[in-house]
Design a protein around this ligand. Sequence first.
Ligand code: FES
Ligand SMILES: [Fe+2]
Length: 342
Amino acid sequence: MIVRNAWYVAAWADEITEKPVARRICNEPIVLYRTLDGAACALLDSCSHRGAPLSLGTVTEKGIRCNYHGLVFGCDGACVEIPNQDIIPKKARVARYPLVEKDQMLWIWHGDPEKADESMIPDYPFHDDRENWPHIHDMMPVKCHYLMLVDNLLDATHLAYVHPASVGGSAPSVHMVAKNVLDATDNGIKLSRQMSNAPAPPVYNNCVPFPGMIDRWQNFEFIAPAFVIQYSGGVEAGKDRATAGAPRFDMRIFHALTPETDTSCFYFWSTANGHETDNPAATDMIDSEIRKALAEDKVMVEAQQERINEFGEDWLVDNKADAPRVMARRAVAKMMQRQNPD
Ligand code: FES
Ligand SMILES: [Fe+2]
């Protein structure tokens, strides 16, 4: 279930330079690069002469040069130079993909370029608010369908089993009785979880030592087809979350899952520190703690994908905790349906 007419994160803006990067997105090979003027471009990674990957090429003043026989292409995909002839056939062009730089990410539109509407790109202003939300970002390739990571993020009952030493911490019963509020939105869902008088998980305690029990929240917004915006934290049990001072833990995570193939994806994430904003060590600490949790998820979902490759999904049985992910999948199916009504 890959929605084609949708924006996906192709790369972090600072990943892409004049040195071309090859990345398969939605089952197509794409080359990402910047022109000498700094504009970010995305083209099909296959030269229209004999098919060589343009990602093996070089960015020059005129465009990206294929390093097989020297054809040069502009950011719009048109060939602008053939070294051994003056006439450039109209057909000598490669597909170009709309690419927008926003909130420190490069967003690619994989479907019909005529339908690329920039207002559909989710807003994430925290990336540009380093003063209040200093953050660290990265990307991890994962060998699973991108929606399996959405499933993972929206079923927090896995925290107790997959992450006991990181973001889980509490006994399974604490996660099972969390107070959940689930709402549909125009393009996805919102899920908020509240755990009162719960032990602080190791990640929270490593970052901000709490003397006793805490009131914990986890808010997730899923935006179809591939984004989860998370705000999690904790204050001392019984304190008002809006006004409680230290010790408190505030963390935002942006999760973007970009399909690579039907069984693999790129997991882009950023972790932002909202409780000790003037302390870079606190931002580093959140990052290193969350990295541990993401590595734990990767092990589980990659192993799960192997089983699904073998046995399919039709026989799997949902339980109560699957409600958010089922709603999320419906939002993605609705998006697909709107695009391909037949
Ligand atoms: S394959 Fe690119 S120039 Fe020949
Ligand atoms: Fe997880």
